[in-house]
Ligand binder design. Structure first.
Ligand SMILES: [Zn+2]
Length: 106
């Protein structure tokens, strides 16, 4: 009796990471700002020749980042380390209760 009272049981619950929505990648906030700032100009890029639109793109990124060597657009999610999934330890009783609720649902 003593040992069953002192032993706790857990299961590992695996679900999608809420930070990255399960993709494993998060957008670099600098790029989010870039797209916000140049939204209108970016929408007109298709009107130009490929060569002209590339040079306009390069000018925008260089003006914004101060270099053509731009930072990565996305990072590996720090929350799930790029797996897109989060594991958490759940007490067995809680897991069984969660499963029981699902079983009786129509
Ligand atoms: Zn994540």
């Amino acid at each position: 009796m003593m040992s069953s009272n002192s032993t706790e049981y857990y299961v590992i619950a695996v679900g999608p990471c809420s930070e990255c929505g399960g993709t494993g990648q998060v957008q670099n906030p600098e790029w989010t700002d870039f797209y916000k700032k140049y939204q209108e100009e970016l929408e007109t890029l298709h009107r130009y020749t490929p060569h002209e639109s590339i040079s306009r793109w390069n000018k925008m990124t260089e003006d914004f980042f101060g270099t053509l060597d731009t930072p990565p657009e996305t990072y590996e999610c720090y929350e799930c380390e790029g797996t897109g999934k989060i594991e958490r330890r759940v007490p067995l009783a809680e897991a069984l209760a969660a499963l029981a609720v699902r079983e009786v649902a129509p």
